[in-house]
Every structure is written in C-alpha cells, then in structure tokens.
Design a protein around this ligand. Structure first.
Ligand code: INI
Length: 157
C-alpha cells in the first residue's frame, strides 16, 4: 500500500502570511479578501494570518522572502495584478514577479503561492478576482494549506 503524504485541507494551527501589491488595488483588494476569507473558512485562526502590502508586483519577492525566512509562517501567499493594456513594462514586471516568487519557495522550502493575475485587460482581471472566473486569492489560500500540510507530512514522516 503506498504511503499517502497529502494530509488534507485542515488549516487549524497553520500560520500564513499574505502579501499583496497595491498597484491595481481595485483588483488586489478582492484577491486579499478572497485569500483571507478562504484561509478562515478552512480553519486558519485570525491571529495566525498576517497581511502585508507592497507598492507593486515587482516588490512581492523581497517581501515574500523576508516573510518566509522569518520562520514564523508555514506558507506565504503573493497577490498582484499585472494588466497588459495598462503598462509598457508588463513583461518585465510579470517575469520578475513570477521568477522571484518561484525562487522564494525553492530557496526557503516554505510554500510560496503565485497569486499574481497577468491579464490582457481589466475585464479579465475583474473576472478572476471574485468575478465569474473565481478568485485567484481564494485558490491560493487552498493551495497554501495543501502545500503547507504536505511539507509538514514529508518532514515528520
Ligand atoms: N505593478 C503591478 O503590480 N501591476 C502592474 O500592472 C504594474 N504596471 O502596470 O506597471 C506594476 N508596476 C509597478 C511595479 O510593480 C513596481 O512597483 C515599480 O516598478 C517600482 O519598483
């Protein structure tokens, strides 16, 4: 019988940091709300959730790395919205945010979720931040709990 390492989606006792970019706040505030509400729904206690804001998605990796390295969190969720129609440096912001966030998880071992919407226009961003295509912040909250529990299960055997 194979040993199943995925330990379920109980958030009780997990400590989770959520960092969001203020740029496109009309979108990212909904991602933040979706993430926090979902963490709570899955049992993460209010006092175990920390929230933080940075100016833009470009700054997410440094905040995420500091949070992850602090040893105080079992997972870090990064939220942002980069909209192609509204920026000339869309690709640079997207690339730096995605590569930087991936590196944080890889280098610290703390699950670090990529909740940055990268869309062609504002309508797509609205749809994915609590509109008709869901809420990426909420999805990342579920993913953070799953990954944090998996890491715990692997470490404890
Ligand atoms: N930051 C975003 O999060 N989304 C964007 O769409 C965006 N645009 O359009 O440029 C954006 N730029 C700011 C960037 O993330 C940094 O905050 C800025 O360059 C300062 O380092």
């Amino acid at each position: 019988m194979p040993q199943e390492l995925n330990a379920g989606l109980d958030g009780a006792g997990l400590r989770v940091a959520v960092v969001a970019a203020r740029f496109n706040h009309v979108i990212t505030k909904n991602l933040m709300e979706g993430a926090v509400a979902t963490l709570t729904r899955y049992g993460v206690r209010d006092g175990d959730i920390a929230t933080a804001w940075v100016p833009g998605s470009f700054e997410l990796p440094v905040a995420a790395k500091t949070l992850a390295q602090s040893g105080q969190y079992d997972a870090v969720i990064c939220l942002g919205a980069v909209i192609r129609g509204e920026t000339s440096h869309y690709d640079m912001v997207c690339n730096q945010a995605s590569a930087g966030i991936a590196a944080v998880g890889r280098e610290t071992g703390v699950p670090t979720m990529f909740g940055v919407l990268t869309t062609e226009n504002m309508e797509q961003a609205i749809n994915r931040s609590g509109g008709k295509v869901g809420n990426l912040g909420a999805d990342c909250a579920v993913g953070a709990i799953e990954c944090a529990r998996l890491v715990q299960a692997i470490k404890t055997g």
